[in-house]
Ligand binder design. Structure first.
Ligand SMILES: C[S@@+](CC[C@H](N)C(=O)[O-])C[C@H]1O[C@@H](n2cnc3c(N)ncnc32)[C@H](O)[C@@H]1O
Length: 211
């Protein structure tokens, strides 16, 4: 399937629906960062919420575009209610697990090639950085040796602590900065910054020795 043939028209002001944006992001950043996926990669989405459905579609379309197969895709979030709508929409395609990802390895097994953390909420609570650093540390334990993460943020106030947490959790950051394919702007922060879906991106590889 050629993504370039897909209709880019949508109500999203940037011009692409979220799943097509994710195809474009994966096409842009995975090769740039030297990350190749296998035929049926295992993909983990942490703090998946209901918007996981767009990411699932993006990953699946990307794999098809690369001539690869379907992913083994797992979504994790704190409570079942967080992904109830997505679970209905993706019935039989995605496995959903409810739990505190700070204790990820207590309730999830297996090895994953890619983990996606879309908009982790670093700044909505004072403990945000500590919580997500622990989650990133747990995630690393489930990644295969050549495994990688993609983490996106709405704004700089989340992106900066995310970089610190990713580094402290022992990953090697291979790319970070403004995402070439952000989504729509949905708000303006008190400091005047425009909040935008997937505005910033971090791509990091599992480090040799997590701290
Ligand atoms: C800002 S929302 C992003 C949701 C979704 N990824 C998206 O981009 O729309 C952050 C998500 O992280 C989840 N979350 C926060 N702390 C978590 C934890 N300790 N374990 C699992 N999920 C968590 C929240 O429940 C919420 O769904």
């Amino acid at each position: 399937m050629l993504i370039s043939n897909m209709n880019p028209q949508s109500h999203f002001e940037i011009g692409y629906t979220p799943e097509i944006r994710w195809v474009k992001m994966l096409r842009e950043y995975l090769p740039k960062c030297g990350i190749t996926l296998c035929e049926n990669p295992s993909v983990l989405n942490i703090g998946c919420g209901n918007n996981v459905k767009w990411n699932y579609l993006g990953v699946t379309l990307y794999l098809a575009d690369q001539g690869l197969g379907m992913p083994n895709y797992v979504g994790v979030d704190m409570e079942e209610g967080a992904f109830a709508e997505a679970r209905k929409a993706l019935d039989g395609l995605v496995s959903f697990v409810a739990g505190d990802a700070q204790k990820l390895t207590e309730f999830l097994a297996g090895t994953y090639q890619l983990a996606i953390l879309e908009h982790p909420n670093f700044t909505t609570s004072p403990k945000g950085s500590k919580v997500w650093q622990k989650i990133l540390h747990e995630t690393a334990k489930l990644l295969e040796v050549n495994g990688a993460i993609i983490l996106t943020s709405f704004w700089l106030n989340d992106h900066m602590p995310a970089m610190v947490a990713v580094d402290r959790a022992g990953y090697e950051i291979v790319y970070n900065g403004r995402n070439k394919f952000p989504g729509k702007r949905f708000d303006t922060a008190e400091n005047g910054e425009l909040l935008q879906f997937d505005k910033y991106i971090i791509v990091a590889k599992k480090g040799a020795s997590p701290e």
